[in-house]
Design a protein around this ligand. Structure first.
Ligand code: TYD
Length: 201
């Protein structure tokens, strides 16, 4: 028996984290054994790497390699063992974030990211990815009242435009894996879209 691997993605401020918790609660209410995790992070070493990549400035290649290094630990120690025992794994971000932020945002060569992905993940991919899509100005306004911004959240609007486009490009290229959620709508309407995805599972 093996479980499902589901990831949540979107630009900062899209509201994915809010809906992720509701999604996990709804799965648990249906009796599913769910492991909720996040990237960068998800393991003790991964959380230390998260501290570094979110707060230190570094070369974009270093940043990408640390993201994938943390991902190796996450896949091997947490995700695959959980799936093997039949649990479902829901992760707040995964490799698509590297393609969107390091690829789109920072402009890193996609072929290099694909090479890192092959190295770190092999053929392992999410079964389903919910992409919370929102115009950058709306996301920025939502973030303005939130806590102290990290390194990424301090980036300019142009950076987030590129992140958003990179996410949407990936969703267009892999429509069978992605569910694009229109995150501009009210909390209730977005929740209904997420619920519809859950019902289809
Ligand atoms: P985020 O998921 O927004 O967490 P929080 O809601 O606690 O702020 O923060 C993670 C940040 O890391 C986010 O800005 C995107 C960035 N990131 C990358 O640049 N590349 C990656 O591969 C991953 C997983 C995240």
């Amino acid at each position: 028996m093996s479980g499902k691997f589901i990831t949540f993605e979107g630009v900062d401020g899209a509201g994915k984290s809010t809906h992720l918790h509701g999604f996990v609660e709804a799965l648990r209410a249906r009796g599913v054994d769910v492991v909720l995790t996040r990237e960068p992070g998800g393991t003790p070493l991964g959380e230390q790497l998260r501290e570094l990549v979110l707060h230190q400035s570094m070369h974009m290649d270093t940043e990408a390699m640390l993201m994938f290094a943390a991902r190796v630990e996450h896949i091997e120690q947490v995700i695959k063992p959980a799936l093997a025992r039949g649990a479902w794994v829901v992760s707040d971000r995964f490799s698509d974030a590297s393609f969107a932020y390091q690829g789109g945002g920072r402009g890193m060569d996609i072929a290099r990211l694909e090479a890192l992905e092959r190295w770190a993940c092999g053929d392992f991919r999410p079964d389903l990815t919910l992409l919370f899509d929102i115009p950058v100005e709306v996301a920025k306004a939502r973030l303005a009242d939130a806590r102290e911004p990290d390194k990424f959240e301090r980036e300019q609007a142009g950076f987030f435009q590129r992140v958003r486009s990179a996410y949407l490009d990936r969703a267009r290229q892999q429509p069978q894996r992605f569910a694009v959620i229109d995150a501009v709508q009210t909390l209730e309407q977005v929740r209904a879209q997420v619920q519809a995805v859950l019902d289809r599972l």
